[in-house]
Design a protein around this ligand. Structure first.
Ligand SMILES: [Zn+2]
Ligand SMILES: [Zn+2]
Length: 164
């Protein structure tokens, strides 16, 4: 019994390490399914539920942050310091956005007496900034014959028509 628990414990911690490593080694801001797909060939016994459970644990420990829900799927980041993200509303691609006013935003989350919490009275714990739009690939697909403004809705219509 003791031995069995030991083996299970080792297996669990190996899976746990692998899940954290995958999330930290990519800038793709993956969802749980993406992490599972990456690891499944290497860890045949892995289940999607295990991936979800471990990610939840990492979030509680502050090792991983949730960066928002894109196309119905929650996405995660191993880069835990607050930073804004650009999201493609069409394909779901998510990238980091270097923010020129990072110092201002940092002072807000640090709870300093700045304009933000002076007016709202809020003590700010954390922030999540998402900018939605189109990634270069999707914008390129939309550009084609379209002389007007490119919108997510237009690209989506086009992809549906193309059966993509
Ligand atoms: Zn895109
Ligand atoms: Zn990020």
């Amino acid at each position: 019994m003791v031995r069995l628990m030991g083996d299970t414990g080792r297996k669990r911690s190996r899976q746990r390490e692998a899940i954290l490593e995958v999330i930290r080694s990519t800038s793709a801001h993956p969802g749980a399914q993406w992490v599972y797909d990456r690891l499944k060939p290497r860890i045949p016994g892995l289940s999607l539920a295990t991936v979800y459970r471990n990610i939840r644990g990492f979030r509680e420990e502050g090792q991983v942050i949730s960066v928002g829900v894109v196309n119905g799927e929650e996405r995660f980041d191993g880069l835990v310091s607050p930073h804004p993200h650009l999201v493609c509303g069409c394909c779901g691609k998510m990238v980091d956005l270097p923010c020129p006013d990072e110092a201002v935003l940092k002072s807000l989350t640090a709870g300093q007496t700045t304009a933000g919490n002076k007016t709202s009275g809020f003590v700010i714990d954390y922030r999540k900034t998402l900018f939605y739009g189109l990634c270069p690939d999707c914008a390129g697909r939309a550009a084609g014959s379209d002389a007007g403004t490119i919108t997510v809705a237009k690209v989506k219509r086009r992809l549906v028509k193309a059966g993509a």
